[in-house]
Every structure is written in structure tokens, then in C-alpha cells.
Design a protein around this ligand. Sequence first.
Ligand code: UD1
Ligand code: CA
Length: 532
Amino acid sequence: MLDDEAWIAKSLQPSVYPPESLHFIHFLILMSHHNNTSVIILAAGQGTRMKSTLPKVLHAVAGRPMLGYAMILARQVTTNTVAVVVGHGADCVRTYLEQEKSQFDPYLVVEQIQQLGTGHAVQQAYPALTRYSSQVASRYVIMCGDTPLLTTETVSALVHYHQAEGATLTLLTTVLSDPCGYGRIIRGKEGAVCRVVEDRDASPEDKQVSEINVGTYVVEAEFLEKALGQLQPQNAQGEYYLTDIIEMAVQQGQKVVAWVTDDSLETTGVNTRVHLALAEKEMRRRICERLMLAGVTILDPDRVVVDHQVTVGRDTVLHPGVILEGETHVGEHCTIRANSRLTHSVLHRGVRIHDACVLEETTVEDEAVIGPMAHLRPGNVIHKKAKVGNFVELKKTEVGEGSKVNHLSYIGDTWIGRNVNVGAGTITCNYDGYRKARTIIKDHVFIGSDVQLIAPVTIGEGALIAAGTTVTEDVPADALGISRVPQITKEGAAARRRALLDPSRFPSDGKPCSTEDLPAAPPVFQKHQESP
Ligand code: UD1
Ligand code: CA
């Protein structure tokens, strides 16, 4: 569990919340009601319209499941226990929460076995929270697990307004040009909120209303507890609607107010993959904007895909089509050119990644150069100023400072020292069909082109491996390793062969062709000769 101090320390990390950002101010405001507020996140619904085996709230936006956004928002609203109502795919949802426990704690998971409506979901969460919460709350923020674009600013404004108004219930609303599908806000003559009508229960007149219920509420505990006991499933869907508590409060003379946000994109509830794509696009736009404002050049933000937890240093340039995924961290003054993907990878300072590279779980140190078209599979460390060139595949390989693997190579399970040159077409034969074996290439080794290194094998410091060699044994330091089929040169043989196959081209030296000069003619050529 986070105590207040730890929470402050965590939230002040500049990479998470730059002090100049609004987050920081809202965070300070929120601190004032951190302990007496609890948050309930509704996440039990099936999400039928997603047409998916994955529970809806686990669908990712910018690399993070939607529920993660709700949890993080909740964590900024309270230090108190957060209740998550789960149902469909409960086990998967629990597993996800468990994985991210350190970010989300303290929370408790409440299982809603049957999804009898949003009111029913809160009925399950409320008693669990009052029993197991670290501190008894006097106020509840209730929100959905499927509104990933909702910001701390908006929720904190909602809470603030609730407090300022001394309201019993405050709901978040927005005005949509197409309000279809949402609960409508019905206001009285004076403009006061009277009730929320669900789309399916709405009269044609109600349906004209374009102000909708976002599904985020602040409710005083005392009222909520009583109201939950009075919910009835008398509506088109036979469900316990949470929205019914609004009319109840009004009827009881309690103060009900609405905070209208003009950012209707932010309030998008994801119900289909079309909404998911919309949320994805907006989240990516925000991420790129944050990076650009922090000093990263992004040539075409519409075509750069950066996950939420990725960090990029100042004066780094991202070209179109760059994808930065997962735990990827890019240092300052790097350039990543078109269509390269980095997954769980770390670039230090001044690294250049040329076009169309794939880097997975790879670390690249200062001023190293990769690509174009290099494939770095998991487990590589590329040290300072090393070069990995085009059509090179690396796996579990360390390339020492200043070393080069520049052309058309496969290097796996290999340790390469400093200032090594690995020639074009060099292959480590690291797999015998049963086991993987390691190759060690020590400092200052020169490996010529087209060398096969049959692992396990060690090349000693300063050794030279001749082009075309198949290395099967260790080569000691400063030795030359060479294995080649001896070359035979036959004067005039090429011309005689031509003449035999094509009599119009008689050899210039006039000598007849002997069969010795002729290995087999290429099969395609033979065929051509035979056919009429
Ligand atoms: C709800 C609101 C509607 C609002 C809309 C905003 C009600 C009755 N209606 O409608 O006014 O405009 O959200 O998106 O509240 N859930 C559970 N258990 C359940 C049912 C739902 O946990 O038994 C969760 C869902 O997982 C989801 C959230 O509650 O995260 C909202 O449920 P959903 O079915 O999407 O409600 P809407 O019909 O969209
Ligand atoms: Ca919904």
C-alpha cells in the first residue's frame, strides 16, 4: 500500500508528470480529498459488440489495457482502496491487475457473477469497500473501465465542482452531435438536472436531447448507501440502473449538479472496435504531442506509433512509420528512420537506426549505427560506435565497442569483442538441431567474408579468419585460420566449353574441347538444346 509520502514521491517523478504540466496542479488539489474518497471502477460487462474472446477492458489502447487507464486515473484521485467490479473474463482481468499490482495498489476486486446492470455492480462493490477499505470514505467516484481517454484534469474538475457546490451527486456530461446509444440528461425548466433516461427507455422527445451521461459520478457515501438499497429493475432491459439514483436524489431534495465537459472525444466509451481505433488514434496523438513539446522531432505524427510508457530524449528525430513499443526508451540525439520498429529496446545517446529495422529486447549504446533492414531479435547489446549493417540478423549477441557486422550475416549466441570486423555473409552455425552453442570472437579479430563459424568455437584476440573459411576448431590469438578447397585454373577451358555447346562460337585458340573441361552444362541450357 502507498502511504502519502511514497505517493507524492512517485508522482513527482519528472518523467511521469512534468512539473510544468497541469497534472501537477490538479494532483495537489486532489491531495486535499485523497483519503476520504474511494473509487469504484465498473468493468464486469461482456462488451458483446467488441466481438472478442478478450474481456473488453483488456483491449489495449497505445499498448495499455483500457482498465489500466482507469486504474491510474483512480490512483490519482485517491490513496484509498479502489474497487474494481469484474465479471466477464474475471480471471484474465484479475491476472492483469495482479501483474500491475505495484502501480495499482491498494485495490480490491469484486466479482459480479451475473451482470444485472451498473447499479447492481455498485451494489456489489459498496459493501466490499466499506468492509475492506484502508479508510472509510465519505464520498465515491464511480467510473467505467472503458473510457480510456478520460483525463485526470476532467475528473479532478468534476470532484472539485462537486465540493464547491456542496452537492450530493455530481455527474459528468457532454454534448454530442450524435447522442444515440447514451443515457440522456433530462433537465427541468430552470436547467437543473432531473434524471437520466437510457436510450432504450427514452421517449422520442427525450431522444432529441444531445447532452449525455458519460458514466462518471461523484456521490456522497451516505446517500449512495441508501439509494443502492432502493434500486428497482423496472426498465426496458430489466436491469438495476445506477442512473436511477439521480432521480432519487432529486426527489429527496438532495443537490444534484452536472459538470459539462466540452471535450467529447475524451468521454468516448469504447463499445466497438471502431471506438477502440478512435481511442487509439487520440491516445497516440496525445503521446506524440507530449513528446514533441518535450523536444522530440516527429516528422509525421500521424504515422508514428508510440506506446504510453515509452520515453524519448530531446533532439531525437522520429521519421514516418516508426513504431516504439512496450518498455522502449530512446535517448537524446538519436535518429530513427522510416518504418523501423523497436520493442522493449533501449537506445542510448546519438544512436542511428536506419530504415526498416526491427529491434526486440535490444540495447544499443552511444553512437552505434543499425541498418537499414537489420533484424535484431531478443537479447542483444550493441556497444558504443558499433555498426550492424544491412540484412544482418542478430540474436543473443553482444557486439563490442567499435566492431562491425556490416553485411548479410546471421550472428546468434555470440560474444564479439572490441574493434572486430565481421565480413559480409558470415554465419554462426549455432544450432545442431538439438542444442544452441556459443561463439566467442575476441578483440581485434578480422573475419573475412563468407565465413561459417561452427559453434561452440572461440577466435582468439587479433586472429585473422580468411574469407570462405569454415571454422570448426578454436583459433588461437594472432593466428590465421583458413580452410579452402584448392582452386584449379584451366586456361581456355571456358571458351572451349562455349564452342561445344554452341558450334557457331569456335574457340579462338582452335583447340578441340575435351570432356574434362566440361562439368555438367546447366540443366536449363541442356533442356533448351534438346527441344526442337
Ligand atoms: C451506461 C449508462 C449510460 C451512459 C453510458 C456511458 C447506465 C444504466 N447507463 O450505459 O447512461 O450514457 O454508460 O457509456 O448506467 N457494467 C458492469 N456490470 C453490469 C453492467 C455494466 O460492471 O452489470 C460495466 C461495464 O463493464 C461498463 C460500464 O459498466 O464498463 C457501463 O456499462 P454499459 O453496459 O456499457 O452501459 P451503457 O449501456 O453504455
Ligand atoms: Ca458503454
